[in-house]
Design a protein around this ligand. Structure first.
Ligand code: HEM
Length: 478
């Protein structure tokens, strides 16, 4: 990058158009007429700049002010990670905030700025919980996703040659996370039974509706989802059932929370949010995306993954250990590459704490205190000035080797660089290492079982065929 070369100063180009009318028109462009990528790319092109003034959805009446300065390249984007420069209070979902009656009346961790005292306490609680459960993740993942693949095989055998991975993952990820974090399967809880994933999905929709399309006709969907909040009371009994599971299953973590100076109630709403919104919401999107990217990459990559995974597991005596996973460089690179191309959380926001300068590759821009900064992550992590001519392609081994490792600093999915770590003082995702672990475990489970597989990706990812492993490395009960 252009070290040492002074950049020209430019006012931030772009236009917010006519108040209200343009914001609604832009929302329709974003959801229905252009689509997300095109929405941002076309505006960057029109104004000849990757830092540009635009409206973001949902706009009226959901958000008071849709105007932002968008950061659409790898160089300007990281200002959003710098909590000395940007305020992160109440901007988790952007220019609107869902009612706190959906979270027990509390502003949960993701909405807190690190300057608020409870941010550090809650984040510490989550970081400690994940460390305390580190030995559970591998076996609990393997038992849950091993069962998922048993189901895939029986569905492929029994009819139609198709198995809906997205649907199976929705059910399995929910069970996996509950069991991994708290040692209690949600389906074993009397308040949830097998209804947990549906209750969770509805609660997520109630918060994310302004940012969601369900594929309904625009004329019905736009007023229904994007104009006014869905009434919280309609979902309160589902939320109560989720809460009851956490209040019972997470008692040890809640004891720890009291030790950190948090009330049991606030901690429980936070554990629910981190588990169901952050973790479950994340895995619902990420695992089908990894599967789809790897399916499309084809047999050559499958062969290399199977060889790497089986050899590392064989070296560990046939067991999937954390040390064996560390040796799987290609496998980890594939997960990072999927996270780079399809970051599950695409939008990041922060409000300028003071007047500041932001640099794109080509120019420097003056930002005024109080302006809302917005990063559309796919534009930043597919930046051709960093990732070259293949920036938009899936290159499984992109992050392998010393040269590959140098690119890791430009992987931003966790709201921080992949080379940095979450702490109580920043806003980087505390699940960062777990997420990359889980992505790797999905590939391990697949390629211990199969030499190759095929899948179709549309709104859902559907497995259409598997070829059983011709060589084996493993004690499957390990
Ligand atoms: C924050 C992504 C999984 C807990 C974030 C942020 C992103 C992110 C982008 C920052 C949002 C912002 O401030 O703008 C993801 C993705 C995941 C994932 C893509 C999975 C695929 C998890 C997991 C946990 C978690 C497993 C479990 C504890 C949190 C919490 C925050 C957060 C509590 C707020 C952090 C803070 O306030 O400092 N995550 N996350 N996430 N994530 Fe994750």
């Amino acid at each position: 990058m252009e070290l040492g070369v002074p950049l020209p100063r430019r006012p931030v180009p772009g236009s917010y158009g006519v108040p209200f009318v343009s914001a609604v028109r832009d929302r329709l462009d974003f959801y229905y007429l252009q689509g997300q990528d095109k929405y941002f790319e076309s505006r960057a092109e029109r104004y000849g700049s990757t830092v540009v003034r635009i409206n973001v959805p949902p706009g009226p009446f959901m958000a008071r002010d849709p105007r932002v300065v968008a950061l659409l390249d790898a160089k300007s984007f990281p200002v959003l990670f710098d909590v000395a420069k940007v305020e992160k209070r109440d901007v988790f979902t952007g220019t609107f905030m869902p009612s706190t009656s959906l979270t027990g009346g509390y502003r949960v961790c993701a909405y807190l700025d690190p300057s608020e005292p409870n941010h550090a306490k809650i984040k510490q609680l989550l970081l400690s919980l994940l460390v305390s459960r580190k030995d559970a993740f591998v076996p609990v993942f393997r038992s849950n996703f091993g069962a998922l693949l048993d189901t895939v095989e029986s569905q492929l055998a029994s009819g139609g040659g198709k198995s809906d991975f997205t649907a199976l993952n929705d059910a399995t990820s929910f069970e996996f996370i509950g069991e991994a974090y708290f040692g209690v399967r949600p389906s074993a809880s009397s308040s949830l039974g097998t209804g947990g994933p549906t209750k969770a999905a509805l609660w997520l929709l109630w918060q994310l509706a302004p940012l969601t399309t369900l594929g309904l006709p625009m004329i019905i969907e736009d007023p229904l989802l994007h104009t006014l909040p869905l009434p919280p009371f309609l979902i309160s009994s589902d939320y109560k059932a989720l809460y009851a599971y956490f209040a019972a299953a997470a008692s040890q973590a809640l004891d720890a929370a009291e030790g950190l100076g948090l009330s049991r109630e606030e901690a429980c709403h936070n554990l629910l949010f981190a588990t169901v919104f952050n973790s479950y919401g994340g895995f619902k999107l990420l695992l089908p995306q990894i599967l789809s990217r790897v399916a499309q990459a084809g047999e050559k990559l499958h062969e290399r993954l199977a060889a790497e995974i089986r050899s590392a597991v064989a070296d560990a005596g046939g067991n999937v250990t954390l040390a064996a996973l560390e040796k799987m460089e290609l496998t980890r690179s594939v997960v990072w590459e999927a996270l780079r191309l399809d970051p599950p959380v695409r939008f990041q926001y922060g409000r300028a704490k003071a007047d500041l300068e932001i640099e794109s590759h080509d120019a420097s821009f003056a930002i005024k205190k109080g302006e809302m900064l917005f990063g559309y992550q796919p534009c930043a992590t597919r930046d051709p000035r960093v990732f070259g001519a293949t920036a938009r392609e899936f290159v499984g081994d992109r992050f392998v080797g010393e040269e590959g490792r140098k690119l890791l600093q430009y992987v931003y999915w966790s709201n921080g660089r992949e080379t940095e770590n979450p702490s109580v003082d920043n806003k980087q995702c505390p699940g960062k290492n777990l997420v990359v672990l889980v992505g790797r475990l999905l590939l391990v489970e697949l390629f211990l079982r199969y030499d190759t597989f095929t899948a179709e990706a549309g709104k859902k990812v559907v497995i259409t065929g598997v070829t059983k492993a011709s060589t084996s490395a493993v004690n499957r009960t390990a």
